[in-house]
Design a protein around this ligand. Sequence first.
Ligand code: FES
Length: 69
Amino acid sequence: MPVVKLEEGKNYSYCTCGNSENKPFCDGAHKAKGGGTPLRFKGETSGDVALCGCGKSQNKPYCDGSHNG
Ligand code: FES
């Protein structure tokens, strides 16, 4: 559940392949290592937002609390 600062209206790429050195964001590593493509999303609000770090969220890129159970 990494908490990151997002800006409303700004575009982000969330790593879905697990190879990024800049998780939870994509750093382009999927191109060389494979395993997926980034999930593109736009910041809905400015401020701290919890993104999924465990891969279980049903609402990626956002944390939905699934890591708890
Ligand atoms: S580095 Fe993981 S999706 Fe791009």
